[in-house]
Design a protein around this ligand. Structure first.
Ligand SMILES: Cc1cc2nc3c(=O)[nH]c(=O)nc-3n(C[C@H](O)[C@H](O)[C@H](O)COP(=O)(O)OP(=O)(O)OC[C@H]3O[C@@H](n4cnc5c(N)ncnc54)[C@H](O)[C@@H]3O)c2cc1C
Length: 387
């Protein structure tokens, strides 16, 4: 794809994002309000984003080419633009997202048809359940168990936490353990409602559209054919699969950070009348930092599109953009006096939403560790590849 095509993609999603902003505060008050907005073109697009063409996904062409949203480089443009409009609406929208990327990596043909086919029938939420109450960042230590049942299938038992959209999803992926160690982890496809499955929304102050949920799994039946990656070697389905999925999606999370920082910057530009010279300098400096974070995010997306295991730049981008989103939202408040968060509800919401970027797809410290590992091993500056 050419730079011109990406510019057109950006322009198109900027237009679509304009429909999201008016619902931002409504959704913040009631995350279920998204149900009334399934017909917005941006929400319709997200409902099938990432479904490959061969499963019947036929999105509107952008400058003569359809954009399936299956590449990280496409997603960073789309997610920045929609997050700049409202990140809450973006994460509240139904669609395949993380689960869809994992299905693309490890599902067999029947599972792909089941998953992607259902995405195209009507908007439905999916979930990706990895995090556990006592094993957040230490995902490899998960304890949810998958054990054989008498009927040839499996029984799933355990608990998951902070899983986006799980309380309203109809289809999801759950990571569980069939044996010890990293090779004992397997993802399964779960259709809900299911006996033994409960998911309750958790109270949250930021990014409330994500509807993060607590899941309880009490001997939930999983047919053998819903175990993902059965046809692959154990090294290619459990931990490998979620690391690659995160690598592919993390530039998109960074792009959400860029979009949120932009929302704060644009808010100041639109509402701070007659800024002083010093204020002007601070506003311009923020704009330049946003441009820098965007450039890094685009590089990170290109790196994972070229090779899914090259996720170190994605960690750098998520770190940079996540921190910037928080700083930008707080900085924006400074332009509107001590009562800024009371008098400017959109800024208040931005401050709360931006904080969630500390946690989504790996905490700040864990990204730092990942990046440091990449630097030490020469994977970040390209020395490994040119060696
Ligand atoms: C809006 C939102 C949406 C989410 N969506 C999903 C989802 O869809 N599916 C899902 O499975 N999960 C989801 N999560 C969970 C998210 O991935 C976890 O919050 C994250 O993995 C961190 O886990 P934790 O919150 O238990 O924190 P912990 O892992 O307990 O971390 C607590 C603190 O300790 C630090 N820390 C942890 N380990 C180390 C270490 N080795 N070295 C140094 N410091 C360390 C962390 O950086 C952090 O500051 C979501 C979270 C949020 C906020």
């Amino acid at each position: 794809m050419t730079d011109r095509w990406y510019r057109e993609l950006r322009q198109r999603f900027r237009e679509l994002g304009a429909d999201l902003r008016p619902h931002a505060l409504e959704l913040d008050r009631d995350p279920e309000a998204i149900r009334a907005h399934f017909d917005l073109p941006a929400v319709r697009y997200l409902a099938a984003m990432g479904v490959p063409a061969e499963y019947g996904h036929d999105p509107e062409p952008i400058a003569g080419r359809p954009c399936h949203g299956a590449r990280a480089r496409e997603r960073v443009v789309i997610m920045e633009e929609l997050a700049a409009a409202d990140a809450g609406m973006l994460v509240a929208a139904p669609g395949p997202l993380l689960a869809g990327v994992l299905v693309g990596l490890v599902a067999d043909e029947r599972q792909r048809e089941l998953f992607y086919g259902r995405m195209l029938q009507r908007p439905l939420w999916t979930f990706f359940a990895l995090t556990e109450p006592d094993r957040g960042s230490d995902a490899a230590g998960l304890t949810t168990s998958l054990r054989p049942a008498d009927d040839g299938g499996y029984l799933l038992t355990g608990a998951k936490r902070y899983v986006g959209n799980a309380c309203r999803a109809q289809l999801g992926v759950v990571f569980a353990r069939t044996g010890p160690g990293p090779l004992g982890i397997v993802p399964v496809l779960l259709e809900t409602p299911a006996e033994g499955f409960t998911a309750e929304p958790l109270p949250s102050i930021g990014l409330r559209g994500a509807r993060i949920s607590a899941i309880e799994l009490d001997e939930v039946r999983v047919p053998a054919e819903n175990v993902l990656g059965r046809h692959l070697s154990p090294t290619r389905r459990g931990m490998w699969a979620f690391v690659q999925t995160f690598n592919l999606l993390r530039p998109g999370v960074a792009a959400i950070g860029v979009g949120m920082a932009r929302a704060a910057h644009e808010y100041v530009l639109a509402h701070r009348r007659a800024p002083s010279k010093d204020e002007r300098r601070r506003i311009d400096a923020l704009g330049r930092r946003i441009d820098g974070a965007r450039a890094l995010t685009e590089r990170a997306a290109e790196a994972v599109d070229a090779r899914t295991s090259d996720g170190h730049l994605a960690s750098a981008a998520k770190l940079r953009a996540g921190n910037l989103a928080e700083e930008a939202a707080l900085l924006a408040c400074e332009f509107f006096g001590p009562a800024a968060r009371l008098e400017h509800p959109l800024l208040d919401k931005l401050v709360r939403d931006a904080k969630s970027l500390e946690f989504i797809e790996g905490t700040t410290q864990v990204q730092q560790l990942n990046l440091a590992q990449g630097l030490v091993s020469g994977k970040v500056d390209g020395t490994r590849r040119s060696a």
